[in-house]
Design a protein around this ligand. Structure first.
Ligand SMILES: Nc1nc2c(ncn2[C@@H]2O[C@H](COP(=O)(O)OP(=O)(O)OP(=O)(O)O)[C@@H](O)[C@H]2O)c(=O)[nH]1
Ligand SMILES: [Mg+2]
Length: 327
């Protein structure tokens, strides 16, 4: 499945129903008064966040969304029925932006949070509304108002608190699979993962914390090379990054610097995110070498470097306690 995290849609709210002109015609009442009713309101378009949804896929093929028009007024001062509202479910974390002005109309982060985007038109007045002492038989009425039309961009930003980043094949998917119940594909070649995987990691108090395995970061990602640029956007909302480095890479120090450089170049404050630097696959290198690169990385990053083996599940609890401390 393709990972859709942006969709442009047009929302057209319903038109209000027209008011009508009519006069009472009753037996024994020679000149009935005006009785034209008002039109009903047009339906609005309302977005609701739903925590069961993960993507904006539903909107890819459904670009124009309508709400029902209000019904025109009836005789005997009957108001027409309002048009039904259209309710659109979106994943939690969807931001709604007006394309024309660029203004953010709302940010749907909580389950069930609602945002009325396009308001339905008001109903028109029937001639009964215009009855006055000066005019006992008004023939005026108004048409229903047009519904609002908004062209909006929906953008889903993952709401993971912790992002796992690193070059392809560093072991990001393996790490999320041993920490959570996520079961992403794992293989010994780069670009196995094409969309971010999410997994809930349990703390000792039982509360969950959402981790994301962010794939596709390579040199040039911040300029749009590869898939990584799309995913750098997701990183913006994480509180903490785990920067995973493959200890058996040709040059783990260069690998570290490549990712750091992309964070810096992307801007948007990514380089200031809290980070934990982690060397993975440590059972495959000898201790002297491990000590040497750990030291180099610590000097370079000015942070304590954690060493783990995801496959052997070594060093994970020490790493997690550091994560909980940092968020
Ligand atoms: N020996 C060893 N192998 C590991 C360890 N962690 C991951 N691997 C292996 O490294 C390879 C890549 O792991 P993935 O988890 O797919 O790596 P990734 O970072 O998700 O890679 P992409 O999705 O391509 O970006 C797989 O063959 C894993 O089995 C580890 O701690 N020790
Ligand atoms: Mg992967």
């Amino acid at each position: 499945m393709q990972f859709i995290d942006q969709a442009n849609i047009i929302l057209k709210a319903g038109k209000g129903g027209n008011g009508i002109v009519s006069f009472r015609r009753e037996k024994f009442v020679p000149a009935g008064g005006p009785s034209g009713g008002n039109g009903g309101k047009g339906g609005s378009i309302i977005l609701i966040a739903d925590s069961n949804l993960q993507t904006l896929l539903d909107f890819k093929f459904n670009r124009e969304i309508l709400a029902k028009d209000g019904i025109k007024g009836g005789p005997n001062k009957r108001t027409g029925a309002s048009g039904e509202n259209t309710i659109l479910k979106v994943p939690c974390g969807t931001q709604v932006r007006d394309i024309q002005s660029g203004i953010i109309l709302g940010d749907l982060t909580q389950d069930n949070q609602r945002l009325i985007v396009a308001y339905g038109g008001r109903g028109g007045h029937g001639n009964a509304y215009y009855l006055s002492n000066e005019n006992r038989a008004p023939e005026s009425f108004t048409e229903g108002g047009e519904g609002e039309i908004w062209e909006v961009q929906l953008e889903l930003k993952l709401l993971a608190e912790v992002g796992i980043i690193g070059l392809p094949n560093a072991g990001k998917s393996t790490l999320i699979s041993v920490l959570s119940s996520a079961r992403p594909k794992i293989a010994n070649y780069p670009f196995t993962t094409l969309i971010p995987n999410l997994g809930v990691v349990r703390k000792s108090d039982g509360n969950g914390c959402l981790f994301a395995d962010i794939p596709g970061l390579i040199s040039g990602a911040s300029r749009g090379v590869g898939l990584g640029h799309d995913f750098l956007r997701h990183i913006q909302r994480t509180k903490l990054l785990i920067h995973l480095i493959d200890a058996i890479a040709d040059n783990p120090i260069d690998d570290f610097e490549i990712i750091e450089e992309e964070l810096k170049k992307y801007g948007n404050g990514l380089i200031d995110k809290k980070r934990i630097v982690v060397l993975n696959k440590i059972e495959l290198v000898d201790e002297d070498y491990l000590r040497k690169i750990t030291k180099k990385l610590e000097n370079l990053s000015k942070k304590k470097v954690f060493v783990i083996s995801s496959s052997l599940r070594k060093g994970l609890s020490v790493l997690l306690s550091e994560v909980w401390k940092k968020i």
